[in-house]
Every structure is written in C-alpha cells, then in structure tokens.
Design a protein around this ligand. Structure first.
Ligand SMILES: [Zn+2]
Length: 487
C-alpha cells in the first residue's frame, strides 16, 4: 500500500494543529456547509468554497481518496422572505439561485463536489433523525414545532467554547416560538400559510436550519466522518447545533476535524449578505480574471481574515500576467520536441517539495504561493541563461520546472489556460479598461512590420516609439511582433 504523507490540520474542536488521521485508511470524507440559495453568492462565501476546493484538490494530489459533499440549503426563512418579495414560489427562487451559483462556481474553477444534496431531497432522513432525538428524550414537541433541548446535552458549546450562562442571557425567544429554554433550537417548524411544508408524525411543517446538515452528512458520509468545514461564522450556533443533534442521536463523534475559513473583509467589516456590504461573485468575475481571484483568495492563510480591495486584485492580475508571460517564453523555447532523458541543472523537483511542505502544514497556501514564486524565479533564470554547450540539459531543466508548475497549478486551480490565450484575454481587458484604440494600434504595428521587412529600421524605431506613447509595448518574437499593454 502507498504511504501517505504526514499532513497537519488545525482542528477548531481541539484548538490545535493535529496530524490528519483518517477513519478509513487513505480515505477522507469531507462535508462543507454550502450556500443558502436565496440570493447571489458573494465573494466572502466564494473564498470559503475556494479554500475547501483547494483542500480537496491537495488531498487528492497527496494520494487520498476524497468524498466531498457540499449541500444546498433550499428551504429557509431567507428563501421564503426573498420569494415573497419577488413574487416567486420559494422552490423556483431556490432553483434559480442554485443554477446561478453553479455557473459562477464553474467560472471560478471550483470542482464539482461528489454530492451536492439539497434539503428538499432529505426530508425523510430529517424526519427519522428528529424521531430519534424525540425517542432519546433530548427533543420535545411544542405548538407544532419540535425543539432540541440543550440542557439535556451536557457537551453543548464544546466547539465554540461559549459560556452557556452568557449565551442564555443573550437569547430571546422570537414571536411564535414555543421553546422551553432560551438556548433550545428548532428542529422542525410548524406549517405557516404560504410556506413550503411536509407531513410529519408531529404535524406538518418544515425543517429548522441546523438539522439538514446532520441528516445530509449522515446520508452521504456516515455517522462519523473525517473533516467538517465551513466559514468561521458557522461555528456558533450552526456547527455547535449539528454536533448536538448528531452526537445526541448516534453517540459517536460527528467529525474528527473541524476546519473553518476566515472572513473576507471589505473596508474592515465582516462580509455578509445581511450587512449589505456585498460584492457579488458574479460582479467580481465580470471585472477580474477568475484565476486572479483565486490567487487573491489563496494569498493568505485560510484561517486568517483577508482584506479585499481593488488594489490587491490588480496586483494578483499582474502576478498572473508575469506567470503566463514566463510560461509563453518556456513554450516558445521548448516547442513540441520530445526530449531524451538525461542530466538537468540543479534540482528541479525542489520547488515542488517546498510547495508540498507548505501545504502539508495546515494547507498553508501563502507558503505554497511563495514556493510557486520561487519556481518562476528559477524558470526565468533558466530562460535568461546564456546559451550553453549542452542545449539538451537546459531544455530538460526548463521542461522539468514547467512540469512542477503544471502540478502546483492544478492543485491551486490556476495556470490551466494556454499562455497565449490567457495573455490575449488579459490584453483585451486592459485595452477596454484604458480605453485604447485597438484599430490604431494594429495599424501602427502592421506599418512597423512592413518597415522592418524593408529594413527601414529608423521608421520601425519611430513607430515603436509611437506605440510606447500610447501605452503599448512591442515584442519581436520568432513568430513575428506582438504587443501588450504596459503595466
Ligand atoms: Zn451546515
């Protein structure tokens, strides 16, 4: 059997980094709380989903079999409210935003989870779980609702380490609620006019928020699984309540490791749809290259908060441009010849090891990107080297480094586009942003090519100067002259 690497992960439950020990050898079962589909996904959520996307990709890269489940919350107070406002059926509104989410996720390059269950698909599992909790005496019926009785579950707040007395003091029953104690939470809400409802032994109604994730994770991953993930804002009460429900029902730990991604900060305020300071992922993707957005999301450790601004996105795009320009030079240098095996310069596998070392340490993507930058430094050094006697050694070294880029890029979900195509798209975006006259640029370039052909170098230099004044840089390559917008 293949030996798996030692990977450490920070566990919110124990407040420390631990060696990842999976319940089944070589297999990671991962559940991530997905979006509540009442509106467009915002970039704060997109960061969280990108973090877990890279976690899954990296675990697979390291040889683990991964089962990745990310749900859709398609029944919820917010969905019902939004549907009342838009005049749609709640189900139709949820369906519309699931489709929008999937479109945005595809543009952002998020891999599809193995299973994307919806609450409306697991109503019978939810009912069975609520029945178990009622049978165990940790839940009670009141006014057509069913509540979890927190005082019957002594381990409550173990994940969030909140003080129960303080929590009690801060909780108020909302109008229409029938709970006995302030911390009790709804497992089932009695039917209200105009709301979606399902039959249940204790009366028609719909599930509360938390119970769905307990039911869906059990259905697709079992009563105990390896990693449960989500945003930091889900620790309390959502994940706390998931643990209470699942563990009170089954008496086994719900998840071995709890991973939480930090907030995306916009002008130092937590990003959430309810605060209104929202940047929709779709709006961001219309302005920014998706790979640049990923590069930005991964630029800080996933547990740290990350500050969002136009400047950081601009610098992420410039960084990618440098990466792709380097890859284009490599492609031009290597062409499509096959290289015979043989010696190389230095140790081209070193950058990949540095990358894995960073990622093995609690998915340290900031360290991983530093390793990637080092790799591009080596590529450029190799490209700029004066020609050596043994050209095959140089070419093999370049090819080996380029292969490292491909491996790292596929884990991070970047650098997967053909360099020429990416650079062209980037140029088009810059031409548009700066309001440049494309036809004039192309005409000057054609004139310059003609001057060069006629060996009129004075004219060719003058035209280069004219293009420079427009903010355009000309590059003469083996396949003719190309241009780019100056940085
Ligand atoms: Zn959840």
């Amino acid at each position: 059997m293949q030996t798996l690497p030692t990977l450490t992960v920070y566990n919110t439950l124990t407040h420390r980094k631990e060696v990842l020990r999976t319940l089944l050898p070589g297999e990671v079962r991962l559940y991530v709380c997905g979006p509540t589909v009442y509106s467009w996904v915002h970039i704060g959520n997109a960061r969280t989903f990108t973090v877990f996307d890279v976690v899954v990709r990296y675990l697979r890269h390291r040889g683990y079999r991964v089962t990745y489940v990310r749900n859709y919350t398609d029944v919820d107070d917010k969905i019902i409210q939004a549907a009342q406002q838009s005049g749609e059926e709640p189900g139709a509104l949820a369906e519309r935003f699931i489709r929008a989410f999937e479109e945005d996720a595809a543009v952002l390059g998020l891999i599809a989870p193995d299973v994307s269950p919806r609450v409306t698909e697991v109503i019978s599992e939810i009912r069975a779980l609520i029945q178990t909790l009622l049978d165990q005496g940790v839940a009670y019926m009141a006014g057509g609702d069913v509540y979890f009785q927190v005082s019957r579950w002594p381990a409550y707040a173990r994940l969030s380490r909140r003080n129960l007395d303080e929590l009690r003091a801060g909780e108020r029953a909302l109008p229409g609620e029938h709970k006995r104690e302030p911390l009790d939470f709804a497992l089932w809400k009695a039917e209200k006019p105009g709301e979606p409802a399902w039959d249940a032994p204790w009366g028609r109604g719909r599930p509360g928020w938390h119970i769905e994730c307990s039911a869906m994770s059990e259905k697709h991953l079992g009563k105990s699984f390896d990693i449960h993930g989500g945003g930091l804002d889900l620790i309390f009460p959502h994940h706390e309540n998931e643990i209470a429900q699942s563990e009170a029902a089954h008496h086994v730990p719900l998840a071995s490791v709890w991973m939480h991604a930090g907030f995306l900060e916009l002008e130092n305020a937590k990003m959430s749809k309810s605060l209104g300071n929202v940047v929709r992922l779709r709006d961001a993707l219309a302005k920014v290259d998706p790979e640049a957005l990923r590069l930005f999301f991964l630029s800080n450790h996933y547990r740290s908060n990350l500050a969002f601004s136009d400047e950081v996105l601009t610098s992420a795009e410039a960084r990618l441009q440098y990466f792709y320009e380097t890859l284009l030079r490599v492609a031009e240098r290597l062409g499509n010849r096959t290289l015979p095996a043989g010696p190389v310069h230095g140790d081209p596998a070193a950058p990949l090891r540095a990358f894995e070392e960073a990622m093995d340490d609690d998915f340290n993507t900031a360290g991983a990107l530093a390793a990637l930058s080092g790799l591009f430094g080596q590529l450029n050094e190799q490209l700029d080297r004066p020609p050596v006697a043994d050209k095959a050694v140089a070419a093999r070294t370049l090819a080996a480094l380029r292969d490292d880029v491909a491996v790292i890029g596929s884990v991070l979900g970047i650098l997967g586009t053909a360099p020429g195509a990416w650079l062209e798209r980037r140029r088009d975006r810059l031409v548009e942003q700066r309001g440049l006259d494309r036809a004039r640029i192309e005409a000057l370039l054609a004139e310059r090519t003609a001057a060069r052909k006629a060996k009129d170098f004075a004219r060719s230099d003058a035209l280069r100067g004219e293009l420079e004044a427009l903010g355009v840089e000309v590059r003469d390559g083996p396949a003719g002259s190309t241009w780019k917008v100056k940085g």
